[in-house]
Ligand binder design. Structure first.
Ligand SMILES: [Zn+2]
Length: 408
């Protein structure tokens, strides 16, 4: 273990834009996982906190994959050892850090605006790799979100300076800022003009303009408040472009202007619903005709039994039918018959449904499955499953066998 712990000079606290720095190795300890805990006299690597993940990067050639804070000391987890006292160059993954700073700064501005305009607190913040989530202490409407988003972008366009303050204890007690709680030791305040004052340990951009653009992607009620999904900077631009592309495709497909896409979708859905109604009506008519034809058929002596009230059955074979319509038609035709049996669906994917008020289908299911060459089950009054029935003739043969077996 390292003997005398000392405070690491934290470059990121006051300067978020230094990604390459020179430092001296104060200690290097081997870890159980084969990696090394490296402590430098100064670092630009942010160890994580305030909703923001730790930085990654390199110390000379060694990859820094993890970070830890040990009191005032910052520990870098590196994949090779360094001699104590050696001079090294650290390189923070700048692209990742910039992405995070843009989004963290955007979040501060937005949370400040929401605090000032709607008197709501940010009660949960997470800076992920794909978007940011912000939870507010009370509900926000669409109009509120649009207003807060517009005001946030105004602050960004004004390119206001972002100040980092380390106030003395008595000075701090008099200050009004977000995230005010009993904090141990020195408190770091991030001030964005009149928009926001917040206690935060994470690196920030030097001015609001660098956040570029802030946008709320989605929001929903969450624990009595609102959860917002947002992006700033390059992430916001990229996501906006991809959403515009999606809208462009939809507008071209529907042959309407982008703004008219929602109305066009409503129209298409209404047309589909009407068509579906028409389809079900036609299908029902077809099923009724098929059942009537089968009942009137006299081609085989036994089929006459289909027509005998109470002892006959009703069977229908229809490749185009769907189970819902069959069920509805079956409910009507099971009445006054020994059973109603329908086989539907394309070859290889045939399904059957059987209803009866006279046969205990739950008990009869194994025998019926065997006759239909399928598998299935259900209740005493209704069973369904797969069937390997190739034609109407085959169905009638099977129905006849079932009727013979279960007719009393
Ligand atoms: Zn913060």
């Amino acid at each position: 273990m390292t003997e005398n712990r000392r405070e690491t000079e934290k470059i990121y606290e006051t300067d978020g834009l230094t990604f390459v720095f020179d430092a001296e190795v104060l200690s290097c300890d081997a870890r159980k996982d084969g990696l090394f805990d490296v402590v430098l006299d100064r670092t630009a690597f942010f160890p994580g906190g305030g909703g923001q993940d730790p930085d990654t990067g390199f110390i000379d050639g060694a990859r820094v994959s993890g970070m830890r804070q040990n009191g005032g000391e910052i520990v870098h987890v590196a994949d090779r050892a360094f001699g104590k006292g050696s001079k090294v160059t650290g390189k923070v993954d700048a692209e990742k850090r910039l992405w995070r700073m843009e989004n963290h700064t955007g979040e501060h501005i937005f949370s400040g605006v929401v605090h000032n305009v709607f008197a709501l607190e940010n009660v949960g913040f997470h800076l992920g790799d794909e978007y940011v989530t912000i939870d507010t202490s009370g509900p926000l409407t669409l109009a509120d979100v649009e207003k807060a988003e517009a005001l946030t972008n105004e602050v960004i366009r004004r390119n206001e300076k972002i100040e980092i303050l380390f106030p003395e204890k008595d000075e701090l007690a008099k200050m009004t800022y977000r995230s005010k709680k009993e904090l141990e030791g020195r408190v770091r305040i991030v001030r964005i003009g009149d928009t926001d004052m917040c206690a935060c340990c994470a690196p920030h951009l030097p001015s609001t303009g660098m956040a570029g653009y802030f946008t709320v992607l989605a929001f929903m009620p969450y624990k009595g408040g609102t959860r917002l999904y947002a992006l700033s900077g390059s992430g916001a631009v990229k996501e906006t472009r991809s959403r515009l592309n999606a809208l462009k495709t939809a507008s071209e497909t529907l042959s309407v202007k982008p703004c008219d896409v929602p109305a066009a979708i409503d129209r298409v859905l209404a047309e589909n619903a009407a068509r579906e109604q028409e389809r079900v009506a036609l299908l029902t008519e077809l099923l009724e005709l098929k059942i009537a034809a089968a009942t009137a058929s006299t081609t085989a002596p036994t089929t006459a039994a289909r027509n005998v009230p109470g002892s006959g059955y009703r069977a229908v074979f229809c490749e185009q039918a769907d189970m819902r319509t069959l069920n509805r038609v079956g409910e009507k035709h099971k009445e006054g018959a020994l059973f109603f049996l329908a086989v539907a669906g394309p070859a290889g994917k045939r399904k059957y449904v059987m209803k009866s008020e006279r046969i205990d289908l739950k008990k009869a299911a194994p025998a019926i499955n065997e006759i239909l060459g399928g598998r299935g089950g259900g209740s005493a009054r209704e069973i369904s499953g797969s069937a390997s029935v190739e034609s109407e003739e085959q169905l009638f043969e099977a129905a006849e066998r079932i009727a013979e077996r279960f007719r009393q």
